[in-house]
Design a protein around this ligand. Structure first.
Ligand code: ADP
Length: 257
């Protein structure tokens, strides 16, 4: 496998490398589709370390991360969860959307995020010391709008944090070209549409156009879907269900591509 493509936006590569050297937990903040997961994949590859990603959701519990007893034939055997594996073997564990997980997940990682660097496995009554290469990373969507969960200051302050935002127009166009093979001319048009919609704060969208949506539109255009239709289905429709807003965004984007 070759290195996952990631176009730096700021100083995040340097910051992560230094945080990794000190094994300080790392928080990637930012809206969905701004390259957080891609960044961590890129860094893990670059640092030649294994990455274990957990996509957290409201049912994600500490048991899912730490491990559980399972019945095997007539026996009950212990099965390490991904966090325990990463702690023992020295990998990067990436908790994607950490604020979505159940509160016991936050409790479970506390002792790993301070000088102790240890994991308490309550079901085994055992504490294990983290491998020297173990590092915890997490992503969090600050979501200034409704519907997003918060992360407590006492948790946030255990991490070094970097904000991810939509890249500058030139970089975003380069990303679209590299990711999809689309022409720079079309990439620029897609980026302009995104910039326009991102500025329409009065629409009250929960989340606005992400780079991910533009990549999807660019991919569809590249393999032959008509441009306007691609923007409708990949950019406009995923944003909202409000028919009037959809129509307004379609009209606006039709003029720009
Ligand atoms: P997040 O984890 O923030 O939700 P992802 O890392 O999954 O977002 O990014 C979504 C897609 O956007 C990626 O698959 C990639 O195609 C593209 N992307 C966004 N930002 C970048 C970047 N800086 N460099 C390369 N690709 C990017």
């Amino acid at each position: 496998m070759s290195i996952p493509y990631y176009h730096a936006i700021g100083k995040e590569l340097m910051v992560f490398e230094h945080a990794y050297n000190c094994k300080i937990p790392f928080l990637l903040k930012g809206p969905t589709g701004t390259g957080k997961s891609r960044f961590i994949e890129h860094m893990a590859y670059k640092l030649d370390t294994k990455l274990i990603t957990i996509s957290c959701h409201e049912e994600t519990s500490s048991t899912d991360l730490i491990g559980r007893f399972i019945i095997k034939g007539a026996e009950t055997v212990w099965l390490d969860g991904p966090l325990t594996t990463a702690v023992k073997e020295g990998h990067i564990l990436y908790l994607d959307e950490i604020a979505e997980a159940r509160p016991d997940v936050i409790v479970a990682i506390h002792s790993l995020t301070d000088h102790r660097r240890e994991l308490f496995i309550d079901k085994l009554g055992k504490t294990i010391k983290a491998h020297e290469n173990f590092m915890l990373a997490a992503s969090f969507n600050p979501g200034y709008q409704r519907g997003f969960k918060e992360l407590k200051p006492s948790t946030r302050q255990r991490f070094v944090a970097i904000s991810f935002a939509y890249p500058k127009a030139k970089i975003e166009a380069d990303i679209l070209v590299s990711e999809t093979g689309i022409t720079l001319d079309i990439a620029k048009k897609l980026v302009n549409i995104a910039a326009k919609i991102r500025n329409l704060t009065e629409l009250g969208l929960t989340e606005t156009v992400s780079t991910r949506l533009l990549v999807d539109a660019a991919k569809l255009i590249h393999i032959g879907l008509p441009k306007r239709l691609a923007v409708h289905v990949a950019v406009v429709e995923p944003l909202t269900d409000d028919l009037e807003v959809i129509q307004a965004l379609k009209d606006l984007s039709d003029l720009m591509i």
